[in-house]
Ligand binder design. Structure first.
Ligand code: KIV
Ligand code: ZN
Length: 416
């Protein structure tokens, strides 16, 4: 199924509402989940994992509402390899346009011994029975051998073969603990796809965690190795350090399309809106330097960079802010900014300094900038009017070694 006619398409499976919501303190009620699901539909994800229905009546109901309302997107939910969980998933998602049951059962010896207290043979048998049971309810069944990243590869391959034979049509390889290195994870996925009998009948997906900051790199390595579905979350939220971030993997496919030759069906202009909605409803702001969606992702603060971007944004921007749904990049004025940026920002406010006044205004700007994290539009207007109102006090900045004192005095004079 992976290696069919649409070999160049990578499918995006969003688990913001399941793994993402498992982040400590991130609880989402049914109405918040529905709002996010509607936005994910607009974003164009291929699969929405709506939740873990057996976990609570509220989550069951959230999954049911999402399955009933969302169209054009596969809706799935998570079950452990037990009938009660599978029944709960089916009860919650059976009204979806395209429902899928997702079963998880461990594959690493650490989990089999220390978590399940079972043998490898018992795990294989349980998994196969539950896949067959799920297939008796639903045409689409995904099997996730949990902790595949730390499993014995031969047993993992045997597991994958067994689950495909039992009826799983999607195999998801999780690096549950975020342990793998990109080359290692790519090799693991390649071997499973190449060596598991029946792999041509399944779509291969991956699910990476970010414990070592490698979730996106590992997902990319897996795609390069032949996986064609990526599980990810908005803003990279999820258990512990989170999951592969949707916006990173999607923009990576887009920005490096010429090299990778792959595409996905995401409307990237919806990325910023989706990120902000998830941040708002989970009550968790995005870190400013987060790739693609952080407040600083399209902001330029140093003079050298600002000058370069103002001459041609290609100098420092590898993607356009409009492509992720932002109006523009930001030229942030700080003490590290340069004259080019200063005059650019004044120009955007419609302020043109009178001839011969620019130097004094620039000196005033520098002194103010040294006292603040960011010089805003209001400050700029005051700096400019201090220059242009003819009171004269702002021009005599000629004592650099009394910088702080002068700055204080000036701030007092300009801002009161
Ligand atoms: O991290 C994990 O292994 C999971 C599975 C349910 C795919 O979240
Ligand atoms: Zn996970």
């Amino acid at each position: 199924m992976t290696q069919g006619s649409d070999v160049d398409r990578v499918y995006i499976f969003d688990t913001t509402l399941r793994d993402g919501e498992q982040s400590p303190g991130f609880h989402l009620d049914a109405s918040s989940k529905l709002k996010i699901a509607r936005q994910l539909e607009k974003l164009g994800v291929d699969v929405i994992e709506a939740g873990f229905p057996i976990s609570s009546p509220g989550d069951f109901e959230a999954c049911r509402q999402i399955a009933r309302e969302i169209r054009g997107t596969t809706v799935t939910a998570l079950a452990r390899a037990v009938r009660e969980d599978i029944d709960a998933v089916w009860g919650a998602i059976k009204d979806a346009e395209t429902p899928q049951i997702h079963i998880v059962l461990s594959v690493s010896d650490v989990h089999i011994d220390r978590k399940l207290g079972m043998t490898r043979a018992q795990v294989l048998q349980r998994g196969a029975e539950m896949v067959a049971y799920a297939r008796s309810l639903c045409d689409r069944v995904q099997y996730s051998p949990e902790d595949a990243g730390r499993a014995d590869i031969d047993y993992l391959i045997e597991t994958v073969e067994t689950m495909i034979a039992a009826g799983a049509n999607v195999i998801n390889i999780p690096d549950t603990t975020g342990y793998c290195l990109p080359g290692e994870f790519g090799d693991l996925v390649r071997r499973v796809i190449n060596e598991a009998r029946g792999s041509e009948n399944a779509l291969f997906s991956v699910h990476c965690h970010n414990d070592l900051g490698l979730a996106t790199a590992n997902s990319l390595a897996a795609i390069t190795a032949g996986a064609r579905r990526v599980e990810c979350t908005i803003n990279g939220i999820g258990e512990r350090a989170g999951n592969t971030s949707l916006e990173e993997i999607v923009m990576l496919l887009r920005v490096r399309q010429a090299r990778l030759g792959l595409e996905c069906g995401i409307d990237t202009t919806q990325i910023t809106t989706t990120s902000r909605l998830v941040a708002e409803l989970t009550g968790t702001p995005v870190q400013p330097n987060k790739a693609v969606v952080g407040a600083n992702a399209f902001a330029h603060a140093s003079g050298i960079h600002q000058d370069g971007v103002l001459k041609d944004r290609l100098n420092y921007e590898i993607m356009k802010p409009e492509d992720v749904g932002l109006d523009d990049s930001r030229i942030v004025l700080t003490a590290r900014s340069g004259r080019h940026a200063f005059h650019h920002r004044l120009g955007r406010l419609g302020i043109k300094l009178a001839d011969g006044k620019a130097e004094a205004a620039w000196q005033r700007f520098l002194l103010v900038a040294d006292t603040k994290r960011e010089v805003n539009d209001d400050d700029l207007r005051k700096i400019a009017s201090g220059e242009s109102n003819g009171n004269g006090h702002a021009t005599a900045i000629d004592v650099p070694n009394e910088h702080n004192h002068v700055a204080d005095t000036l701030r007092h004079m300009i801002f009161g």
